[in-house]
Ligand binder design. Structure first.
Ligand SMILES: Cc1ncc(COP(=O)(O)O)c(C=O)c1O
Length: 398
């Protein structure tokens, strides 16, 4: 049987200089450890704003709420999409002006709406009448935007069903908002996270156009389209580039709305921060279930409860690199807890070199988004995932 050497396309995920920096920094440090490269986030932000010059960025801070990231994005001019009063308080604590915040969660307590409004937040998302009434009564001058339902088809991490309402209901909510004395400001949607099918924006924008026109017939002018997140990060399965997404989405917008676009908002999370993260982990154990088993099980010191929850259903496939040479072997990868759902990849087969042993380090790329903030506090006694940020030595920090 021909045995192939282990190969991993390292340069697709990290350049050699940055990888050396990460490895050097991690040497001697306890794992698991998430290392975030702030320079990379800055580069992504500049890329995104230059290929979507028509859009205001509201960073979805749920993707990674580390203070250093928020301060960096604030310095670069980003606004913030916020899901709770705790996130708002964090921004205020960092000196970030609440007028640059959007309360993007459609599920919110009445007192939290009042709290956001008192602090100076202007933008509020909604998709239900109860919520609309709460906004009208506690945030009367708010810029309200209405979230339409999308199917999430084509997304690795769909957000369907829970958020948004059908256009028909949204139309009635817009009219109702006027009766309640509010100013309906715009329409939002989210096509699902890590959306691979750019055409999903086309469908959603067409629905937004229909709503703009329908309410215009009732004398209501809308001013804003929030086209959400869903832009890609660099996981195992390739996607189109950010530039290709931007060009297509820009074309869809102009086809429906002409050159004089309304205010366009984007709420990127994953696309800004995911690629900046390298999770350094350690092999705890290798095993097999019988002596003749085809696949070996590899147990890492990080798993579903330590930050890799998006491996549920093997939805997000992180690039996992073993920094050794050897013959390539297919493996099943699992985490360290005494919980049987803590299996990362069983159906999709990852590879490792056959020289790997317990104690070896493993590098998991594209882990800057939806990892540390998702990790459990104390499950099985394991602490939450530790994370640090790096910027280049020549800029004075590490
Ligand atoms: C309202 C809202 N906006 C933006 C995002 C960010 O999406 P993504 O990480 O795909 O860019 C999310 C993610 O859950 C969201 O719920």
């Amino acid at each position: 049987m021909y045995q192939e050497p282990y190969h991993f396309p390292l340069e697709r995920y990290i350049n050699a200089e940055r990888f050396e920096r990460v490895k050097h920094f991690a040497t001697g440090k306890q794992t698991p450890l998430l290392i975030i490269d702030l320079d990379h986030i800055e580069q992504k932000y500049r890329e995104l704003t230059s290929c979507m010059p028509f859009a205001d960025v509201f960073y979805a801070m749920k993707a990674n709420p580390m203070n250093e990231i928020l301060l960096l994005l604030n310095r670069l001019g980003s606004n913030f999409d916020v899901a709770s009063r705790y996130e708002l308080d964090q921004l205020i604590g960092l000196g970030i002006d609440p007028s640059r915040v959007s309360f993007g969660n459609t599920i919110k307590k009445r007192e939290d709406i009042a709290y956001f409004y008192q602090k100076g937040v202007q933008y509020f998302a909604t998709d239900s009448e109860y919520d609309l009434i709460n906004i009208a009564e506690t945030a009367p001058q708010a810029k309200v935007f209405f979230r339409i339902l999308t199917e999430g088809t084509g997304a690795d991490w769909p957000l369907s069903r829970k958020f948004g309402a059908h256009s028909d209901l949204i139309y009635h909510l817009i009219l109702r908002s006027v009766e309640l004395g509010l100013t309906p400001w715009g329409i939002s949607f989210h096509v699902g996270s890590q959306q691979r099918d750019i055409g999903q924006w086309d469908d959603a924008i067409a629905r937004v156009k229909y709503l703009f026109d329908a309410v215009a017939e009732e004398g209501i002018e809308l001013h804003m389209i929030n086209i959400g997140g869903g832009f890609p990060a660099n996981y195992v399965d390739p996607t189109f580039t950010l530039q290709e997404y931007a060009a297509e989405i820009g074309r869809y917008l102009r086809e429906d709305f002409g050159d004089d676009l309304p205010q366009i908002i984007i709420e990127p999370g994953r696309a800004l921060v995911a690629d900046a993260g390298v999770l350094v982990s350690e092999v705890i154990l290798l095993s097999q279930k019988t002596r003749s088993n085809l696949y070996r099980w590899l147990f890492l010191d990080v798993g579903k409860f330590g930050g890799l929850i998006e491996t549920i259903n093997e939805s997000i496939k992180y690039p996992i690199y073993f920094d050794k040479e050897g013959i390539s072997q297919e493996i099943i990868i699992a985490g360290p807890t005494c919980d049987s759902m803590d299996i990362l990849y069983e159906h999709y087969k990852y590879h490792m070199p056959d020289t790997i042993q317990p104690g070896d380090r493993v590098f998991i790329f594209t882990t800057g988004a939806y990892t540390q903030s998702y990790s459990s506090i104390n499950f099985n006694g394991f602490p939450p995932l530790s994370a640090v940020t790096l910027i280049k030595k020549d800029r004075g920090v590490i």
